[in-house]
Design a binder for this molecule. Structure first.
Ligand SMILES: Nc1ncnc2c1ncn2[C@@H]1O[C@H](COP(=O)(O)OP(=O)(O)OP(=O)(O)O)[C@@H](O)[C@H]1O
Ligand SMILES: [Mg+2]
Length: 366
């Protein structure tokens, strides 16, 4: 004779979840009691897939039902466990924790210098770091890393071709410049840059990274749009000089990223060329481009000033020689980049706690 469902539920009430201490019936964990072809089946619903008590609760159900209503009333394979589906893994760059774009309104303000030294400073403190140079009009990252003449190799796995980043100074690097000839007309370079950038993102063999930095061309163009459509960018770092003309363009850049359509969080501003300091007189500061322009703007806009980097001959020279200054222990300019790296890390932690993961931008024709 079939046992009443109510009787089964009554028996199951004796079982408590060890963590919540509530019985599994009143806490709605028993989703189903039914007979199929004369056999008793029960469904158990757990609120998380990694609940450590799934097996023990299954066993408790078996023991309780079978000791109350007789051996073989419930078979182990007749207990169905329901758990919530795991959130989908990010399809693009699944092993990359944070994707950080380095942007600016105006050209020549030091984006690449900041991106390169930030990458090196992050890697020096033990993080796994990648850097994509997305600036097809002036790809300077390979030169700043001293790998201007190198080309990445490729490998094929299961019919898929992967581009292997070049590793230097603890950073994995790829540049759109590797795939576009500088002598090609500027008009061709634009579309080639966007398709090369797509390839570096989707076919780059990045593996597991804590940070993937993307050094963008100046302004707000097609490359920026390609980037936000290809990957969910965790946050943007905006670089500017303190000069008035540069600041006007900073606002344009922020408006593009933070606007409703693109919606990528702005982590903060880096003030580059904050003051000039002669290397032999490190205490002397000359405010060539004006004093604290970015600091004031950041305050006005309510965003963070992530760091201030002085103009120092050594920063320019070390870039030209392929040995970013952040590599030099004890160097005051290197220290400025190390402080910047800490500020960016902190801003990312706060962003990841406060905000939802960024979504890729879907461009519609509507
Ligand atoms: N803090 C600094 N001190 C000294 N020189 C600097 C500093 N920052 C940048 N430079 C120099 O200024 C020049 C322009 O810098 P960089 O190439 O980094 O700018 P960018 O914003 O990436 O330019 P682009 O818009 O062309 O991509 C380079 O020669 C670089 O070495
Ligand atoms: Mg640059």
């Amino acid at each position: 004779m079939e046992i009443q469902k109510e009787q089964v539920l009554e028996a199951l009430k004796k079982i408590r979840h060890p963590e919540t201490k509530e019985n599994i019936v009143t806490s709605d964990m028993v989703s189903d009691v039914q007979y199929r072809e004369g056999e008793l089946w029960i469904g158990l619903k757990f609120s998380r897939a990694n609940d450590p008590f799934i097996q023990s609760i299954k066993k408790a159900c078996l023991r309780t039902v079978n000791s109350t209503f007789g051996e073989h009333t419930l078979k182990p394979e007749h207990i169905q466990v329901l758990v919530p589906e795991a959130p989908p893994k990010r399809a693009v760059l699944p092993g990359v924790k944070n994707i950080v774009a380095v942007a600016s309104g105006k050209g020549g303000v030091g984006k690449s210098t900041v991106a390169v030294n930030l990458a090196v400073a992050l890697a020096q403190s033990g993080s796994r770091v990648g850097l994509i140079d997305a600036d097809v009009y002036g790809p300077s990252v390979p030169l700043m890393f001293g790998i201007g003449d190198e080309r990445p190799s490729a490998r094929t796995e299961d019919g898929v071709e992967w581009i292997i980043p070049i590793e230097k100074h603890g950073v994995k690097l790829l540049s759109v410049g590797f795939f576009v000839k500088p002598e090609d007309a500027v008009i061709w370079r634009g579309p080639m840059a966007t398709s090369a950038l797509k390839q570096l993102i989707t076919q780059g063999d990045w593996g597991e990274l804590d940070y993937l930095l993307i050094d963008l061309p100046p302004g707000t163009g097609d490359v920026h749009l390609t980037m936000v459509q290809e990957v969910p960018v965790t946050g943007v770092v905006i670089v500017s000089t303190p000069q008035e003309v540069a600041l006007a363009d900073v606002i344009k850049g922020i408006n593009m990223f933070a606007g409703e359509k693109i919606n990528v969080p702005v982590l903060g501003i880096v003030e580059n060329m904050s003051w000039f300091t002669p290397e032999e007189l490190p205490e002397n500061k000359y405010y060539i481009f004006g004093k604290e322009g970015c600091k004031n703007l950041a305050e006005k806009l309510g965003i963070e000033l992530l760091g201030q980097i002085p103009i120092v001959q050594g920063i320019r020279e070390s870039g030209d020689f392929g040995m970013p200054i952040a590599l030099k222990a004890g160097n005051p300019s290197g220290e400025a980049f190390r402080l910047l790296a800490r500020a960016v890390e902190k801003a990312l932690i706060a962003r990841n706690i406060e905000l939802e993961p960024t979504r890729k931008v879907e461009i519609t024709t509507k």
